[in-house]
Design a protein around this ligand. Structure first.
Ligand code: FES
Length: 153
């Protein structure tokens, strides 16, 4: 996934050249690229004169910012106690194998990011898998989950 440096500069240029713009610029990167690219942090450092370590600190502090590329879709497998007892870890392995990634990673084609999360409050329906925080697949067999994932392009 190549990052367009001109777009990075355009974003930075649209803000005041002061340290106070830092968070807004990083949020704009997140919104535009779905993550905060390293090239972006470098350019912010050069243009605003802020040390890279400080920018990195802000990037890792805010949960809404991701320093790694995130896929078009996010697949979250609940690994809370109830889901764990219903095979969440096996499910995570099976999904990871299908997508060829480990939890926390994104597929090469940028289609999916796989994550494991704590209890999402639907224990009676375990195991729970969520896609894009809006589609819930509950109590499904691994085969059903895989079938559903194939719908996302
Ligand atoms: S443990 Fe998964 S929903 Fe509660």
């Amino acid at each position: 996934m190549g990052i367009d440096i001109r777009k990075i500069d355009e974003i930075i240029e649209s803000y005041d050249k002061s340290e106070e713009s830092l968070l807004a610029i990083l949020q704009d990167f997140q919104h535009t690229f779905r993550y905060v690219p390293e090239e972006g942090m470098k350019r912010v450092s050069e243009i605003l004169g802020i040390p890279e370590s400080k920018i990195y600190g802000v990037g890792t502090f805010y949960k809404a910012l991701s320093l790694k590329p995130v896929g078009r879709h996010t697949c979250k497998v609940c690994t809370g106690t109830a889901c764990h007892l219903k095979g969440a870890h096996t499910l995570t392995d099976i999904i990871g194998r299908e997508l060829d990634i480990e939890p926390g990673e994104t597929t090469k084609d940028g289609r999916f990011t796989l994550q494991t999360v704590n209890c999402v409050g639907a224990c009676a329906l375990a195991p729970v898998v969520m896609v894009d925080d809006e589609d819930y697949y509950e109590g499904s067999s691994p085969q059903d989950v895989l079938k559903n994932l194939r719908k996302y392009k």
